[in-house]
Design a protein around this ligand. Sequence first.
Ligand SMILES: NC(=O)c1ccc[n+]([C@@H]2O[C@H](COP(=O)([O-])OP(=O)(O)OC[C@H]3O[C@@H](n4cnc5c(N)ncnc54)[C@H](OP(=O)(O)O)[C@@H]3O)[C@@H](O)[C@H]2O)c1
Length: 329
Amino acid sequence: MKQVLIDAYGAPHEVARCAEVPDVGAPAADEVVFDVLLFPINPADLLLCRGNYRLKPPLPATPGAECVGRVSAVGSGVTGVNTGDVVITLQRENWTQRRRVKADHVIVLPAGIDLQQAAMLRINPATALLLLTSVVPLQTGEWLLQNVANSSVGRLVIALARTRGIRTMNVVRRAALCEELKALGANACAVDGPELAQTVRDAAVGAPLRLGLDAVAGAATGRIAACLAEGGVVCAYGAMSGDEAVMPRSVLSAGGVSLTGFTLTRPLSKYPRDQVRALYADLARRVMDGTLYAPVERIYPIEAIRDALADAQRGGRNGKILVAPNGAV
Ligand SMILES: NC(=O)c1ccc[n+]([C@@H]2O[C@H](COP(=O)([O-])OP(=O)(O)OC[C@H]3O[C@@H](n4cnc5c(N)ncnc54)[C@H](OP(=O)(O)O)[C@@H]3O)[C@@H](O)[C@H]2O)c1
């Protein structure tokens, strides 16, 4: 079977290759085997290839924090998972044609779910939901501020905030995106830059902002912080600039703004498995009813993993890059 391997840490499109590896074999009593139908290339996967992610597995390694698959075989002791089920897995190393994992590590999705959205269900929707609900409890009618608003996470934050009556102030680096985000339910949109704080103040008509979500880092963190009300919280959950988050002393001391971080693994690893299943059942329901949607730019075959990785590193995309390891779905 085919599997993506990286033999060294470096530029993702140079270090990754599509390799021929032995098949995963039959499932043990407590395992399931599934064909990987689609996987996305996420920023964290790119960081892992570069050796800049918090996990640095021994080489050669297979990246891939998420995927969607269809079960082809179940072990004799497995209940609740059946051949033909559409599943996601809580395990990594998903850039491959087939997986054999413990049945406890898969989540069965509703039949008929959009497979492209399902491939992206494990990470970004859960991240958007927990960023919205677990950092600063916002009341209906309050505003939140976020950059990378046109990213997959950003769009999901807009959609989920809207269902809660929370207003979103959205920061992008391409003005042309603002109309599209407003059509999704964004309440206001601004282009990042030195005037951001004034633009945001004007757009929110003086309403205090208590939460700023930052996935750019570097000086962008300070620009988000400068928009917040006294005592506000910047949550740094990504670093698309490749830099560390920088908070000017003035906003820390005079503005009383604080900086915190977020990674999905931390809260999820503390959830009992039933709560994890309930979370994904809720998110899958919201995908099925159309509330949650992330656009897809292009789907590649696994043999073209290097082209897919080059495309995923391109700015100005209009959606995720997916890979279909077993052919078109
Ligand atoms: N902490 C967690 O647990 C967690 C979980 C999931 C995601 N994340 C983070 O969330 C962020 C968004 O992920 P995603 O999957 O939603 O991303 P995505 O859909 O691939 O979109 C990437 C976004 O980053 C912007 N961008 C790229 N390079 C940039 C730069 N140098 N400066 C400013 N903006 C830049 C892009 O803007 P253009 O469209 O203008 O190019 C786009 O808005 C990433 O940082 C990711 O690591 C964190």
